[in-house]
Design a protein around this ligand. Structure first.
Ligand SMILES: Cc1cc2nc3c(=O)[nH]c(=O)nc-3n(C[C@H](O)[C@H](O)[C@H](O)COP(=O)(O)OP(=O)(O)OC[C@H]3O[C@@H](n4cnc5c(N)ncnc54)[C@H](O)[C@@H]3O)c2cc1C
Length: 400
């Protein structure tokens, strides 16, 4: 059996993350609440991202000898819950995604992945993006295409004497598009092969000729994040832009359970923020001479919210612990379970917060409605809940 008591070092890390969130993320979130969502969020977030990167929050998985924190997935989820409690979008998009991408590069194997990790480690504050989904391909096909080569992403990578030429489009949801310094782009290297063996990962630095950031997508929440389409028009890349094995993309992504787990941790933070907001309101608001939290109908909601936080956190911690002990189980089962559960709990807590605040729950003066929008974004971000459930069902029934 394992225990879930953070070490002194982990407590220190968590306190550092909490202090950073209080000093840097929360004031920006408050300002944007007054001013409205900016058209271009990146200039607002950039100074904060640089501060967070200086604290090591983008290099949590980079080995210490290379200048990173050399942390475990458990370390990372402690940090990301704190950042997510301040703003789930900033935590998930800029910090969780950027921190996990170098793991993908390292686990892909080969010299180009290693070289990228070294460059990432040496650069003070690099923002990363991963582009897999495409406008005319259901996101589910990335996970459930099966053996038919007709399904899955179509963006093509053609091998030439000089390297590779990439052409096609990526969906309007590419996180950090426009802010990223580098993109990891999934492309079809073998059109006759199915998703499992026909896709490869390419490292494309921002500014590479032929790579354009297309139409921006406005989300119902996460006002400080960037999502946009990518258009690749004969993007010429050197041979070593290929990360890992040709055709090895699906296997590589399956080996990074940290990605959904870290995202899940951000939603634990959001579930907590919704609870804190509702609890504070329920302590202040009075009905028949008593704070509403002393009325059982409200107290029961607060109890459910507390249970939801612990449920989500335990899933996330269990999955994070398994990354070290049983990475296969983490990837196949525990990571998708943690992500689906943490988002469910964040949605439920935000709904309950809306109820606890009564009429004020649906005003923009208070945060409950904002949390609800933020939480729903998680439902389809990095695979829909249903597709995750189908993957879990497949894993649980594989030998039946
Ligand atoms: C905030 C956010 C950030 C994102 N960031 C990125 C990113 O950085 N990079 C990237 O590449 N992509 C990104 N995405 C895209 C994301 O991965 C997809 O939106 C997601 O996988 C869902 O795909 P879809 O939108 O095509 O929905 P679809 O796959 O079209 O699904 C539509 C509906 O049908 C259901 N469905 C689809 N297929 C099946 C099936 N076979 N069986 C049963 N039900 C099915 C789904 O559950 C859903 O309810 C992001 C999305 C969001 C919302």
């Amino acid at each position: 059996m394992i225990g879930f008591t953070p070490t002194d070092e982990q407590e220190q890390l968590r306190n550092t993350a909490r202090g950073f969130a209080d000093r840097h993320i929360r004031p920006l979130v408050e300002r944007i609440k007054q001013e409205g969502a900016p058209d271009d969020p990146w200039p607002h977030v950039k100074p904060i991202f640089e501060e967070g990167a200086a604290l090591g929050f983008t290099k949590m998985f980079v080995p210490e000898e290379m200048g990173g924190l050399g942390g475990s997935c458990l370390d990372a989820v402690l940090v990301l819950e704190e950042l997510g409690a301040a703003d789930v979008g900033i935590a998930g998009d800029y910090f969780a995604l950027t921190a996990c991408m170098p793991l993908m590069a390292a686990r892909a194997g080969g010299a180009s992945g290693e070289a990228f990790v070294k460059r990432f480690a040496e650069t003070p504050a690099m923002v990363l993006a991963g582009a897999q989904s495409e406008p005319d391909v259901a996101g589910s096909e990335l996970m459930m295409a099966g053996p038919d080569a007709a399904f899955g992403p179509k963006l093509s990578a053609r091998e030439t004497d000089a390297g590779w030429v990439l052409s096609g489009r990526k969906s309007a949801f590419i996180t950090n598009a426009g802010a990223a310094d580098a993109y990891f782009i999934l492309a079809r290297t073998d059109p006759e092969q199915p998703v499992f063996s026909g896709l490869s990962i390419f490292h494309v630095p921002a500014g590479t000729p032929g790579l354009e950031v297309g139409r921006k997508t406005k989300l119902i929440g996460w006002p400080l994040t960037n999502h946009a389409e990518l258009v690749l028009d004969d993007v010429k890349l050197p041979a070593d832009a290929l990360i890992g094995q040709r055709g090895g993309a699906a296997m590589t992504f399956a080996q990074v359970p940290e990605m959904p787990i870290c995202l899940a941790a951000c939603f634990v933070g959001l579930a907590r923020a919704a609870f804190d907001h509702a609890r504070a309101y329920a302590a202040d608001r009075k009905s028949t001479g008593r704070p509403i939290m002393q009325h059982q109908a409200v107290a029961l909601k607060l109890a459910e919210m507390g249970i939801n936080i612990e449920t989500a956190r335990l899933h996330v911690w269990q999955a994070a612990a398994a990354c070290a002990g049983d990475p296969m189980r983490a990837g196949m089962l525990l990571a998708p379970m943690a992500k689906a559960t943490a988002v469910d709990m964040a949605i439920r807590n935000a709904e309950l917060a809306v109820q606890v605040l009564g009429g004020y729950g649906i005003t923009s003066e208070y945060d409950a409605g904002r949390y609800l929008n933020d939480a729903w974004i998680g439902w389809s971000c990095d695979f829909t809940r249903d597709v995750l459930y189908l993957g879990i069902a497949q894993a649980l029934t594989a030998d039946g």
